[in-house]
Write a protein that binds this ligand. Structure first.
Ligand code: GDP
Ligand code: MN
Length: 379
């Protein structure tokens, strides 16, 4: 689950991190009032679940309340990476001497959290990783012991050679680790972690991702979910009981079972295609779920071909076939569908699909190749 910067700032602050005061506003007048209360120059920032707000015009400096109002008008009118901006954060503008990066992420390779820092902050850390990997420094954290003092100090000195600044940075890293660990986060990130000309280290951005599977033990965090701010496709998938993750490719995948869904995505890649999503319609799929799934997939403008891959166990192939027929009757799909089903009630399913004018495949390799080819023809 993504949370907003203003929410992550609160969590960071509660772990002793140096985060400047801020207020949230939902309209220009509120933003102006917040600027008046904070006094002096402010920064007005879009609160959306997307990075790169700065580049998209979603972060603006304002010298006084009138400018803050104007900045809020402009920012609240934006859509950043497809997400409308409904709130802005207003914080005192910080004078920046240097911008660094600090983040804790779950690292698959070491199966541990990793604390990563770079003196090259402010910009995308992916870009630093690609162009200047030697500027990224990492420590793997053993969750039994947490971030050790020497690790925090060592990384503090990677960011700043000045001992006073390095010490402050080490304390920030400790706070960041605690924020990450205590919330069952999968990401806790400060970019930029700045130093000021006065010699202070401050966290002026905050990004956190909380593990959905741990929310049951953090009701206070679960309450932070901002349904309005989530991609509508992911919200609708959750409401329909589907596990859906949008990706960047063009082959929409509709599969039952997480393992088969991953194998399907692998095979799409293997045959030269790119999956548009991960989607698990789950076991015992009712036609309603299939309809919801097709609706969500077909609303993604990148999708050029849709692939069904169903292994009928508890899921009955005829249920899925009925769902496909019902959904395509209702939805007016503009992209070709390739269907593969095998297992329980396969024969009935093939009859239902063929009667409705679809071709039904039983071989996974054949179906994936057809779906990939169909996306290529459409492109
Ligand atoms: P992001 O682009 O979504 O990551 O948003 P950030 O909060 O990181 O802001 C983007 C950039 O705006 C930062 O890297 C800074 O260069 C700049 N910025 C943000 N807040 C301030 C501030 O208080 N003072 C100044 N001078 N620049 C800021
Ligand atoms: Mn940032």
């Amino acid at each position: 689950m993504n949370i907003h910067e203003y929410q992550a700032r609160e969590i960071f602050r509660s772990h002793g991190m140096p985060v400047p005061d801020s207020e949230v506003a939902t309209g220009p007048e509120e933003a102006a009032e917040a600027a008046r209360r904070l006094g002096g120059g402010v920064v007005v920032k879009a609160q959306v679940h997307a990075g790169g707000r700065g580049k998209a015009g979603g972060v603006k400096l304002a010298a006084d309340p009138a400018e803050a109002r104007a900045a809020a008008v402009a920012i609240l009118d934006l859509e950043i990476k497809g997400l409308p901006v409904r709130k802005v954060l207003v914080a005192p503008a910080v004078e920046i001497a240097t911008e660094a990066y600090a983040g804790v992420v779950m690292d698959r390779a070491s199966q541990r959290p990793v604390l990563m820092v770079s003196p090259e902050g402010g910009i995308d850390i992916e870009q630093v990783a690609a162009e200047k990997p030697e500027a990224i420094f990492k420590e793997t954290i053993d969750p039994r012991y947490g971030l050790l003092a020497h690790q925090a100090t060592g990384l503090g000195y990677r960011l700043f050679s000045d001992p006073a600044l390095a010490g402050q940075a080490a304390r920030v890293l400790n706070g960041l680790w605690k924020a990450y660990a205590s919330t069952d986060a999968t990401l806790a990130e400060v970019n930029p972690l700045v130093s000021t000309p006065a010699g202070e280290v401050l966290a002026i951005d905050a990004k956190m991702n909380i593990d959905d599977n741990a929310l049951f033990r953090h009701p206070d965090l679960a309450a932070l979910r901002d349904v309005d701010a989530e991609a509508s496709s992911e919200r609708r998938a959750r409401d329909a009981g589907l596990s859906y993750i949008k990706l960047d490719g063009d082959v929409g995948c509709c599969v039952n079972g997480a393992g088969l869904a991953m194998a399907t995505m692998d095979l799409v890649k293997y045959y030269g295609g790119n999956p548009a999503n991960f989607l698990d319609i789950g076991g015992s799929s009712s036609p309603d779920k299939v309809i919801a799934a097709l609706q969500i997939i077909s609303e993604d403008p990148n999708v050029r071909s849709i692939l069904f891959n169903i292994f009928g166990g508890i899921t009955r192939c005829d249920d899925v076939a009925n769902g496909i027929v019902a959904a395509t009757g209702r939805l007016e799909l503009e992209v070709p569908i390739t269907i593969r089903l095998t297992g329980t009630n396969e024969r009935e399913a093939v009859r239902i699909l063929e009667a409705a004018g679809f071709e039904a495949n039983t071989d996974m390799d054949v179906a994936v190749q057809r779906a990939v080819a169909a996306a290529g023809r459409a492109a």
